[in-house]
Structures are given as structure tokens and as C-alpha cells.
Write a protein that binds this ligand. Structure first.
Ligand SMILES: CC(C)(COP(=O)(O)OP(=O)(O)OC[C@H]1O[C@@H](n2cnc3c(N)ncnc32)[C@H](O)[C@@H]1OP(=O)(O)O)[C@@H](O)C(=O)NCCC(=O)NCCS
Length: 226
């Protein structure tokens, strides 16, 4: 039976958590208020056949540094038994339509450089790969002082995803920028701060390490201008 796509709601929580656990090794607490909020927002898509959820794709709006709306293609996962049938591609195509409907200026996804299936899906959906490779850096609990500071070049984006709440940091990295991110993380009660640092910025990489960030691997941005 061909899977159909629909927006996830509370009845899908267990299936989404089970797929996230087995495919992404990510834990989603079923009783978390964040999960309830995300499902209530009708933003995550599921692919289901015969009443069984086979995959999901979450996406949400942020603003880029110019203040334009941008759709972030976040978690995407398909159960191993249902792969290679076009479900991942269909979920991404539906997210592109959602981005257009929401008036987003563009859509983007952060994809591991080694993730060939996801790269194939992005290419098929018309997304273009960034020239530079970036290292994803995440900090769960910074030692940085939390005093708010002026960091004009820092662009801070509070996010709630299915697996964490966090602050994304974009723009030029500096100690004031990291301090501002940490202050916002504490203010929001968010779990982590994350940033993607293009390769070749040794000083900024050292600054991140000194502030307790861990490098989690190499990624490309894939994006589509709408
Ligand atoms: C990525 C994922 C969602 C794809 O789901 P899917 O339903 O199998 O995707 P589709 O069937 O639409 O397409 C898979 C594409 O990957 C290609 N592919 C599969 N394995 C591949 C490999 N080892 N090397 C290159 N391409 C590969 C397929 O050929 C297909 O591309 P095509 O349609 O151009 O031929 C699924 O593999 C998954 O859940 N992976 C783990 C989680 C993950 O990586 N999520 C994305 C994080 S950004």
C-alpha cells in the first residue's frame, strides 16, 4: 500500500519516538511538554500506510540574519523496513511545499557529509549543497559567564526540536557572541547551544573548545531559495 502523508498529531507520538530511537538513537520523552507543543503546531509530517507510521519529517520556521523567514528541515527518519520506496523523498517534497505555503524565503537542511541517501534526496528536491564543509559544534553546559553582552554580529535563534531545545548561534564567533548565546540559553531554560563552523577557522574552533563545545562531525548546508 502506498504511504500517505499527513501532519502528525498526539496519536503519532509513540511511533515517532520509536523511529527516532531505532533510527537516530535519539530519545523523545513521551510525556515532554515540548513534544506536545510540537505536535500541536501541526508542523511534523508523518508517512503512514495501513495505520502504521513508517517515517516522519519535522520542520520549523526561523529567521535568517536579514529577518527573512526560513524553513529548517530538521529531523527526517524512515523505518529501515520501509526505505528505498521514496518515502524520504516524499516527506522532503512535502516540506518544500509547506515552506512555500508559509512564505519562507528559503529552506535548508544540515546534512552529514557521509549521508549519501539524504544527499540524494536533497538533490532530487532541488536543494543546492554549500561549498564549504562545516563542523557541527554543540555545548550542553558552558563555562562562559552568563552576563548578557553586546554581540552585534551574533545571530541567536531559539529552537525547539523533537529531541532538544536549544540556541543556534550564527554569524561571527567571538567570546561576546558565545556569552550572549549562553545567557539566552539560561534565560530560556534551553538544553544546548549549537553552531556550525566552516572548516579553516582554527581560532574560532579553539574558542569553541575553550567554551566547552564538542565537535560532532562534518556537515554541508543544503538549501533551496523559494
Ligand atoms: C535518509 C532516509 C530518510 C531516506 O529515506 P528513504 O525513504 O529510504 O528515501 P528514498 O527512498 O526517498 O530515497 C533514498 C535515496 O537514497 C539513495 N540511496 C540509498 N542508499 C544509498 C547509498 N548507500 N548511497 C547513495 N545513495 C543511496 C537512493 O538511491 C535514493 O535516491 P534516488 O531516489 O535518487 O535513487 C533514511 O535512509 C533514513 O531514515 N536514514 C537515517 C536517518 C537520516 O539520515 N536522516 C536524515 C538526516 S539529515
Amino acid at each position: 500500500m502506498k504511504p500517505s502523508l499527513r501532519y502528525a498529531d498526539t496519536r503519532d507520538a509513540e511511533a515517532i519516538a520509536a523511529i527516532a530511537d531505532s533510527v537516530l538513537a535519539a530519545s523523545i520523552a513521551l510525556d515532554s511538554p515540548r513534544l506536545r507543543r510540537i505536535l500541536a503546531q501541526k508542523r511534523a509530517l508523518v508517512a503512514a500506510a495501513a495505520g502504521e507510521v513508517l517515517g516522519f519529517c519535522d520542520s520549523f520556521l526561523t529567521k535568517n540574519a536579514l529577518g527573512e523567514p526560513r524553513l529548517e528541515l530538521d529531523l527526517l527518519a524512515v523505518a529501515p523496513s520501509a526505505r528505498g520506496m521514496g518515502i524520504g523523498s516524499a516527506l522532503v517534497a512535502a516540506a518544500v511545499i509547506r515552506a512555500e505555503r508559509l512564505g519562507a524565503a528559503n529552506l535548508r537542511a544540515l546534512v552529514r557529509t557521509s549521508n549519501a541517501p539524504m544527499q540524494a534526496i536533497c538533490r532530487r528536491a532541488g536543494l543546492a549543497r554549500s561549498q564549504s564543509v562545516g563542523s557541527l559544534n554543540v555545548c550542553w553546559d558552558s563555562a562562559a559567564p552568563s552576563a548578557p553582552s553586546a554581540a552585534r554580529s551574533a545571530h541567536l535563534i531559539p529552537v525547539e526540536t523533537l529531541i532538544y531545545s536549544g540556541i543556534w548561534l550564527e554569524g561571527n564567533l567571538s567570546q561576546p557572541a558565545l556569552d550572549a548565546a549562553e545567557a539566552l540559553r539560561r534565560q530560556k531554560g534551553a538544553e544546548l547551544t549549537g553552531t556550525v563552523l566552516p572548516h579553516g577557522h582554527a581560532e574560532a574552533a579553539e574558542l569553541l573548545r575553550a567554551n566547552g563545545f564538542q565537535a560532532l562531525g562534518d556537515y554541508h548546508w543544503w538549501s533551496l531559495t523559494l
